[in-house]
Structures are given as C-alpha cells and as structure tokens.
Design a protein around this ligand. Structure first.
Ligand code: SF4
Length: 384
C-alpha cells in the first residue's frame, strides 16, 4: 500500500504554468498558446517579475515539490527552466532532494534536450501518452503516432529519468474494452513508475464540446466505462502499480509528491498566466492572458484576477472531498490544522454516505469504499 504523509501548514509547493503547445487537442480546456519564441521570451520575463514580487511569501515554508505544467512546458526549453530553478535555489538552497516534474508530449522530446532538462535539475517526467491505440490517438486529435508514444518513455529512461509518469484515457469515442486492454498491456511494458488514468470529458469552449452530439454516439456505455476502470485497477495491481488516489497509480512508492499536495491541503503558489494558488486559506488565480499578465507585472500590479476565501463550512467540505480521493482516506481531526470545522449537517451527510456503502469510517478517519471510488461524483454531490 502507498502511504501518503500528511501535509503541514508550513509545507509548500510551486507550480509554473507554461501554456505553449504545437497544436490544440480537440478536448483541451486549458489556457494554451502557439509555440512561438517571442511569446516564450515574454513569459520568461513574466516569471522573473512575478518571482520577485512573490518570493517574500515563501519565508518560513518548507519546499516539497516544483511542477512545470501546461500546455507543454517541455517546449519552454532547459535554459529557461534552469533560470527558474536557480531563482528558487536562492530561497530554498539546494534542490537535489525536491521532486521537480515537467510535462512533455511524445512528439516533442529528443534525447539531448531530455538530458539538458535532467542536468538543469528536473527529475520527474510526465508524458501525455493518452492511448496506445492508433485510432484512439486520431480520434483524440493527438499530435503523436503510437510508435512515438511507445518510444518516449524509453528515450527518457535512457536520458537518466527513473521517475516517469504517463497519462492514459478512457471513455474515448470508439474505445472498446479490448482496445483499452491493449493500451494497458503495452503501457505496462514501458519503464514507467506512475500512471494517471482519466476519462475524457466534454468541456465548454473546446472543439469536442461543439461536436459532442456526434462524438457521444460512439462513447463506451456507462457499464463498459466501469469495466474499464476495474480492468485498469486489476492490470495495474498485477504489475505492482498500486492505486493511491481515484485516478493515480504508483510503483515502488513513487507517488506524485506534487499532486498529493492538492489532496492533503498543502499550500502552493502558482506562477504564469492562468496559474492557481492556494495560500493561507485563500485561493486565487492569475489572469489567463499572457499580454495582460505581463502588463500588470510591468506596472507593479498583482496579476491575479480571481480570489476567494471559503467559509469554514465550505472549506471543510471541499478539503474533505479532495482528501477522500486518496485511498488511505482523510482524518477529520487533521483538517482542523487547516482551519476546518465539522458541522452537525456535515456529520449527518457523512453518516448517510456511510450507511449507503460509499464511505467507511474508523474514529475520525474516513475512506471511500470501492463503490465510493466508482461513484465519486455521487459522493461529491452529497458533500459540496
Ligand atoms: S497537449 Fe495537453 S495542454 Fe496541449 S493542447 Fe493537448 S491536451 Fe491541451
């Protein structure tokens, strides 16, 4: 079993949003920009200005992880990433023991650049593989063929990465239990340590959302979808990838230190356009527009365009639901360290979910049952 340590209110993670992609995937709802050098130079300047304006917030915190997400942050290049890491070192000292992840796509990586990222300090790679079926990759409008998806983890391993995560998707139009099983078995032959398993969703503003009527005709049924999840859990377990969160599986205890922060209420600061932060009980987001983000920073203004401070009741419900994503569950007593308060109405919801077989409890410790994991949305509807 994978055991995730509890977060301390003085732990912190850092997130850098790098929005460049060579092409926008049909289902993507992230803030994404074309892969252009002049835009990367702008963002480079933005990171420098934002770091100077926020680094005082890090005083007294223990750094747990650094994550470069996107977009395709790999396209930002090792030199620019190295500059960011050097700035972080001026506050936290040597980063050798810190998990530093970068996201990459199979079509954009090469051996030399991978090595340069590695010597810059990056020690974990997250690859957007999604599927190992040619027809599903075409349906998903991904930019890589199957052979590049298969080759990417091998290239990374040879370049010195021993902690490699891949993303896989289910609920893809045209996907069958057989084609999904094929992707699973091919993936499990690769030198990887972590798998994130996601279902395809149709988010407003995406190309897929516009043609969802057509695409939904060939979606797997709800029953097949549940079978896929159960099959994945079985195949992964057989290959020593233990589920530690609703959608995450790790081998050799190499769970994502960064992502577990989101599920254990660890504070984090986000940098770059559209990046979220969670700091001292407040959640805020930078403006999702590169030029406006830069203009604000150049003028000495805060680039955030959204902020909320949740009431103790809402915060408790949200942190409880997020914590329940972990297989080990969540301790209500521990949440009090983060300013949470369990009201009688929340206790009554917990009792209903427990009586209906979605949760189990021992003292103040709550966990999802397998039914709760499969029907996590139902649990969410009750709790928030
Ligand atoms: S590669 Fe990822 S971030 Fe880029 S468009 Fe596709 S899904 Fe979005």
């Amino acid at each position: 079993m994978v055991v995730i340590p509890k977060s301390h209110p003085k732990d912190i993670s850092l997130y850098f949003h790098i929005p460049f992609c060579r092409k926008k995937c049909g289902y993507c709802h992230f803030y994404v920009l074309p892969d252009k050098e002049e835009l990367k130079d702008l963002l480079d300047e933005g990171f420098s200005l934002e770091w100077e304006s926020k680094k005082h917030l890090l005083k007294g915190f223990h750094l747990k992880s650094i994550y470069f997400g996107g977009g395709t942050p790999y396209l930002f290049g090792p030199e620019r990433v190295k500059k960011i890491l050097q700035r972080i070192e001026t506050v936290f000292g040597n980063l050798d023991s810190i998990e530093i992840t970068i996201e990459a796509n199979p079509e954009s990586i090469d051996s030399e650049t991978l090595k340069q990222f590695r010597s810059a300090g990056v020690n974990r790679l997250s690859l957007g593989i999604q599927s190992l079926s040619t027809s599903e990759l075409v349906t998903l409008t991904r930019d890589h063929p199957k052979n590049e998806a298969l080759n990417a983890p091998l290239l990374a391993y040879e370049a010195g990465y021993t902690n490699i995560s891949i993303d896989l998707m289910y609920d893809v139009p045209g996907q069958s239990l057989k084609s999904f099983d094929y992707s699973l078995s091919e993936a499990l032959k690769l030198p990887i340590t972590h798998i994130s398993l996601y279902n395809l969703t149709f988010e407003p503003g995406t190309a897929f959302f516009k043609k969802q009527k057509e695409l939904k005709k060939s979606l797997p049924s709800d029953e097949s979808s549940h079978e896929m999840v159960l099959l994945a859990i079985k195949r992964f377990e057989e290959a020593s990838f233990h589920q530690y969160e609703v959608s995450a599986f790790a081998k050799n205890n190499l769970y994502s230190i960064h992502n577990t922060g989101y599920w254990t209420a660890r504070p984090f600061l986000g940098f770059g356009p559209s990046a979220f932060s969670y700091y001292q009980g407040s959640r805020f987001r930078n403006i999702a527009h590169l030029n406006k983000y830069i203009e604000k920073l150049r003028a000495g203004d805060d680039p955030k365009d959204f902020e909320e401070n949740l009431e103790p009741e809402s915060k408790t419900r949200e942190l409880l639901l997020i914590g329940l994503r972990l297989n080990q569950g969540v301790c209500i007593e521990h949440l009090k360290l983060f300013g949470c308060h369990v009201s009688p109405s929340l206790l009554s919801e917990i009792e209903t979910l427990t009586n209906n077989g979605f949760l189990t409890s021992r003292g103040t410790h709550l966990k999802l049952t397998q039914k709760g994991r499969l029907f996590f949305d139902t649990v969410g509807e009750h709790l928030v």
